[in-house]
Write a protein that binds this ligand. Structure first.
Ligand SMILES: [Zn+2]
Length: 138
């Protein structure tokens, strides 16, 4: 759904929106902010690009890494803010990183928003069905 609707987690979405303003995206000009809720706290991230393009990192991953560095390993919800319409979902790499910290991906909601008030949301399980969890590792 892309029509304006009420946020399920207004604080999380506001954090993602605020983080978007701090993105460092001089090359793509595609500014992304993310916020994750973990251990009851909100952790923010933004995309950070580099003149050596492949070294860029996405907003979702910087947010997850901030949570992990604070000792919060279990994601509860994710919000991502871009200027895209409809709002952009996380890339495949970020879906995999989110899955690492989501023991039950059906319980983690990922919401994509933009400044126009459009909103889409999924469970993480919908975004990365049958994802690689590491359970297969020896
Ligand atoms: Zn990504």
């Amino acid at each position: 759904m892309t029509a304006p609707s009420e946020p399920a987690d207004a604080a999380l979405e506001a954090a993602a929106s605020g983080a978007q303003r701090r993105a460092y995206a001089p090359y793509s000009r595609f500014r992304v902010g993310a916020a994750v809720r973990a251990a009851g706290e909100i952790f923010e991230g933004a995309n950070i690009e580099n003149a050596s393009y492949p070294l860029a990192i996405c907003a979702e991953r910087t947010a997850v890494f901030a949570a992990v560095l604070s000792g919060a390993y279990r994601l509860e919800a994710v919000a991502v803010c871009t200027d895209a319409s409809p709002p952009s979902s996380p890339c495949g790499a970020c879906r995999q990183v989110l899955l690492e910290f989501a023991p039950d991906p059906t319980a983690v909601t990922v919401t994509a928003i933009n400044p126009r008030g459009e909103r889409r949301s999924w469970t993480l399980a919908e975004l990365i069905p049958d994802g690689f969890s590491g359970k297969e590792l020896p």
